[in-house]
Design a protein around this ligand. Structure first.
Ligand code: FNR
Length: 341
């Protein structure tokens, strides 16, 4: 379908399904085991109702916000997802340039098609990017990559901590190939996490935290931020959604919201989903598959995805009676539920 016909984020998935080779679509789309978590990510929103307030002046719309101290034009970002080259020959460069032009955060995956240096060099002037890393059992590899990220200008590391030892078992992908890359460290502990902080001067943000307990742990260990994610349902099936984890944090460790920035992702396809996570206290919200799918249209597709989300955000926030994202964030009065107390 021509890009002009793309109206929402779901249209991008349909376009990708219709355009990509079956194996490539399956690689992006796949999730672990019965895909219970994958589906829960997409449907948790149905359990939420958003309150909107009248009698408010919403003429000053502001989506700008800081993430880890850097200013961005929107509170959503492009989450790390491997192998952008399966969607476009422009691969990660398309994502860098669309994000840079729009002033949003992109966090390339360490399993990208292009190299750390190439992705870093594609940045537009003053564009801030963070980089994702895995905990390889090969310490030399880890050290080398962290140095490459620093040299290429990345400002922080999202350290993925949710697939120690192995990847999830992903049926859709296994029907085409033997599965993902192995080699992650299975012996990763709190000590190892602390040691890692000595390997780089960049701030480290643990990504893939799936319980309130571990959110609290990261806060107590002094990390500047923590990233709640079930990896788009690709790791442990039946893991909770970010909404459920955030509700647990509210219930068990509400002080954490003042200690540490929290990012979240999983199944975000609409601005209403972004706003749900923001109201529950997330500082910024990632999208994985949607941006990978948008890349079948190249940079223009990625820009289109950003524009769609931006329009939905300004519209929905105005209709809800809070046009400033920094005032919206953490305001649980926007969530109509008795669970958030
Ligand atoms: C991912 N994700 C991921 N995460 C990570 O830390 N390192 C990685 O290399 C990848 N690779 C990857 C590939 C593909 C194809 C997908 C779909 C996802 C997980 C990603 O960062 C994010 O957590 C999820 O994609 C969020 O869920 P949605 O938005 O895809 O529903």
């Amino acid at each position: 379908p021509p890009i002009a016909d793309v109206v929402d984020i779901n249209d991008l998935q349909i376009a990708a399904k219709n355009t990509l080779a079956a194996a490539d679509y399956a690689y992006y789309r796949t999730a672990a085991l019965d895909e219970v978590t994958y589906q829960a990510n997409l449907f948790i929103w149905e359990k939420i109702r958003l309150n909107g307030y009248s009698f408010v002046d919403v003429s000053n719309s502001n989506l700008k916000t800081s993430i880890l101290g850097y200013e961005f034009n929107a509170p959503f970002f492009i989450a790390p997802a491997a192998q952008a080259g399966r969607a476009s020959s422009g691969a990660e460069t398309n994502l860098v340039q669309a994000a840079g032009a729009a002033g949003i955060l992109y966090v390339p995956s360490i399993s990208s098609t292009q190299s750390i240096a190439t992705i870093g060099a594609a940045a537009v002037s003053r564009q801030v990017m963070f980089h994702q890393e895995y905990i390889w059992s090969d310490q030399t590899r880890l050290q080398t990559e962290l140095q490459e990220m620093e040299a290429a200008g990345f400002k922080a590391i999202f350290l993925t901590v949710d697939n120690t030892g192995v990847n999830g078992i992903r049926d859709r992908q296994m029907r085409f190939s033997a599965g993902g890359d192995a080699g992650h460290s299975a012996t990763f502990t709190i000590d190892a996490l602390n040691q890692l902080r000595n390997m780089t001067t960049l701030p480290i943000v643990p990504k893939g935290v799936k319980t309130a307990r571990d959110v609290k742990l990261c806060a107590d260990l002094g990390f500047p931020a923590v990233y709640i994610s079930n990896h788009g349902g690709r790791v442990v099936d039946m893991a909770p959604t970010a909404v459920e984890v955030l509700l647990d944090v509210h219930r068990l460790y509400p002080e954490v919201f003042d200690q540490i920035e929290i990012y979240a992702d999983g199944g975000v396809r609409r601005a209403t989903h972004v706003l749900t996570l923001l109201a529950l206290g997330a500082r910024a919200v990632g999208l994985g598959r949607p941006f990978m799918f948008s890349n079948v249209y190249g940079e223009a597709g990625v820009t289109k995805a950003i524009d769609i989300l931006t329009l939905e955000l300004t519209t929905t926030m105005a209709l809800m009676g809070q046009a400033d994202v920094d005032e919206f964030r953490g305001n649980t009065s926007f969530i109509n539920t008795h669970q958030v107390e």
